[in-house]
Ligand binder design. Structure first.
Ligand code: CA
Length: 223
């Protein structure tokens, strides 16, 4: 997933870039407001980290124009302007979250992750549950921000379960959707596959419902 860091101070931009890369994101940088607005409008980013004091076009104006252009990309404002009225102004301009400078990188990452997660519904190309992000466009999976290498069949199984999160899927239903009809398979193939997937994405994500099948629970209470 790609994050756009809009920050004119090189040292801060580099720190944000390294921190977000470390969390498994692809990072692009923009240092002036006009260039940033163009890219944020033209390209798809999972989230934007936005400084307010920017050359050419300030962050708040950028944000208002981005929203006016119909772009709903989640925006985390990271700014030294810390008074409550400035925060309100930022949120009114279309920010989804606000963090003061100086910041802890861990907090930036956590807030970006929350924004990205909240922005995802089932209609979105990225499915997210229990810290697992599955990008259906790139067929990549991250767990808590870290990339996980899955085989094609592991990916298909995870995709199925995540797409149907909250619903128990029977072995038959899973097998029908995972394998071609003519494909020969051992009776325990699915169990073996589930076991391998659990080792990669975490034991607790995929639940066994005895006599019924498997389910990835939704995270109740979270949008
Ligand atoms: Ca600045």
């Amino acid at each position: 997933m790609k994050i756009l860091v809009i920050e004119d101070e090189d040292a801060i931009a580099s720190r944000l870039e390294r921190g977000l890369q470390g969390a498994g994101y692809v990072v692009e940088r923009a240092a002036d407001g006009e260039d940033a607005l163009f890219r944020a409008t033209e390209e798809d980013f999972a989230a934007i980290v936005l400084d307010l004091g920017l050359p050419v076009l300030d962050g708040l104006s950028l944000l208002r124009r981005l929203r006016a252009a119909g772009r709903a990309t989640p925006v985390l404002v990271v700014s030294a302007r810390g008074s409550w009225s400035e925060r309100v102004e930022g949120i009114d301009a279309g920010a989804d979250d606000y963090l003061g400078k100086p910041f802890r990188m861990e907090e930036v990452v956590a807030r970006v992750r929350a924004l990205v997660r909240r922005a995802h519904g089932h209609f979105h190309p990225v499915l997210s549950v229990h810290g697992i992000d599955l990008d259906t466009r790139t067929r990549t999976v991250t767990v808590d921000g870290g990339a996980v290498a899955l085989t094609a069949s592991e990916y298909r199984l995870l995709h199925l379960l995540m797409q149907n999160a909250g619903r128990v899927m029977s072995r038959q239903e899973l097998a029908d959707q995972l394998y071609a009809e003519h494909e020969e398979r051992e009776s325990n193939t699915l169990e073996v596959l589930i076991g391998r997937l659990r080792r990669k994405v975490g034991d607790e994500a995929i639940r066994t419902r005895r006599g019924q099948g498997y389910v990835i629970e939704t995270e109740s209470g979270q949008a």
